[in-house]
Design a protein around this ligand. Structure first.
Ligand SMILES: [Zn+2]
Length: 426
């Protein structure tokens, strides 16, 4: 028996050579079908068919588009990971009971998934998107389905995995992302969209959060890898869905579920817009900071468009208030964030690095030079989504300082007003 296993387990060099030759012949045949636009070659990992993105090595074509995930010969299916299956019938542990509107959205999402369709939850920042997915997760697990939760950014993967561990203390929940790739199977897998390449055809329910965030947004390879990892249905979550998702909704390929009301029921912060020359704007922002920080003892996130503005702004603000500065180049990000969260620094100058994911109770938001092209409608909605998230302090101030009229700033204001009106009518 052991001998037999050894023989079948170890392929002879002759067999390997034969497989390779067969594959080469197959690839050659396909590439001969070339009609001028199509190579006939196909990458099973990222769905690439563009001949420009296939390399050839020792007569064998391979995909160059998803080379970052390892070399995969054209036409070769990705071997699906072997994951455990478990039937679990239970309920999540919740810190707070869901609001009636959250319950309604949660039920709607479940019904869409039960009907075998994909759903998009379009929810305001702070409306509790993750909580709304719990009922669907329980349903999937009760049928022994495999559930994956994928998010663009690594930092959020760790945070969501931590929250799900508390919601499901009986289950094994893992975070799979850069630095955490030793264990890749559990009852519930939370990973970066990047890590989905490990899970080809594995998930019966794939929850995709922050669809519009870097690096997932607009990245065809990651989108195709995500699609390939799901053998069942997808539940997408976003506060600012992109055109592509909304188009899928229009075409009836996906159901949309809206939730614009936060648990405290108060409206979302719609920013004020202040116009003027850059220097005057800075002085005006400084005066508002004096009131907010010195008189009202508030904390402020002060967004700047470019890294080079940040260091200068910080230097000036530091003369008046304990001020931090963070950008993608900061080496001690955790320390800077801890200092702000603990209240040691009162103002945190930042770039769009902090456009999402950060929750600090009672924080106020100012965007200096909001008319700069780096600030899009989606990023501004995320930025002002930081304000008024606390149950104890649901109101707050948001200001856009603009040198000129900006279409994106206006779209952000219109969108937030529309979300507030929709929530009021819900
Ligand atoms: Zn590929």
């Amino acid at each position: 028996m052991n001998q037999k296993r050894k023989e079948t387990g170890k392929r002879s060099p002759g067999l390997l050579q034969k497989t390779r030759t067969l594959l080469m012949e197959n690839q050659e045949e396909k590439s001969r079908k070339q009609d001028g636009t199509e190579s006939g070659l196909y990458c099973h990992r990222c769905a690439n068919t563009d001949p420009a993105y296939f390399g050839k090595d020792h007569g064998l074509y391979y995909c160059r588009k998803c080379l970052d995930f390892g070399r995969l010969p054209a036409g070769v299916p990705v071997t699906p990971a072997r994951l455990s299956q478990r039937v679990w019938k239970g309920s999540p542990v919740l810190e707070f009971e869901l609001t009636p509107l959250q319950k309604k959205a949660s039920r709607q999402a479940l019904e869409v998934l039960q009907s075998g369709r994909d759903a998009l939850i379009f929810a305001a920042a702070g409306a509790g998107k993750t909580e709304i997915t719990l009922e669907s997760i329980c349903w999937a697990l009760s049928l022994g389905k495999k559930v994956g939760f994928a998010i663009s950014r690594r930092q959020v993967v760790v945070e969501i995995a931590g929250r799900l561990k508390k919601n499901f203390p009986e289950l094994s929940v893992i975070a799979v992302c850069e630095g955490f790739t030793e264990i890749t199977d559990a009852d519930l897998i939370v990973c970066t969209t990047h890590q989905l390449y490990r899970y080809a055809g594995c998930f019966d329910l794939l929850i995709l959060d922050e669809l519009d965030a870097f690096p997932y947004a607009g990245n065809e390879v990651l989108e195709n890898i995500a699609a390939a990892s799901c053998r069942g249905n997808r539940l997408m979550l976003s506060a600012t869905p992109d055109e592509k998702s909304l188009q899928q909704v229009k075409e009836g390929r996906m159901e949309i579920i809206e939730l614009f009301s936060r648990p405290h029921g108060k409206p979302l912060c719609v920013p004020q817009i202040v116009y003027g020359p850059a220097l005057i704007l800075f002085v005006r922002s400084l005066l508002v900071l004096f009131r907010l920080v010195r008189q009202e003892n508030r904390q402020v996130l002060y967004y700047v468009p470019r890294k080079r503005d940040g260091a200068k702004v910080r230097a000036i603000l530091s003369l008046f208030f304990p001020t931090g500065w963070i950008s993608s180049s900061s080496s001690n990000k955790d320390e800077i964030m801890d200092a702000f969260r603990s209240g040691k620094t009162r103002v945190l100058v930042c770039t769009t690095l902090l456009e999402r994911g950060i929750t600090v109770p009672s924080v106020q938001v100012m965007v200096y030079l909001a008319d700069h092209s780096v600030f899009t409608m989606a990023s501004l909605i995320q930025i002002f989504g930081r304000v008024g998230r606390s149950m104890k302090d649901p109101h707050g101030l948001g200001i856009c300082y603009c040198r000129k009229k900006s279409r994106e700033v206006q779209r952000c204001v219109d969108q937030l007003n529309w979300m507030n009106e929709s929530a009021a009518g819900a």
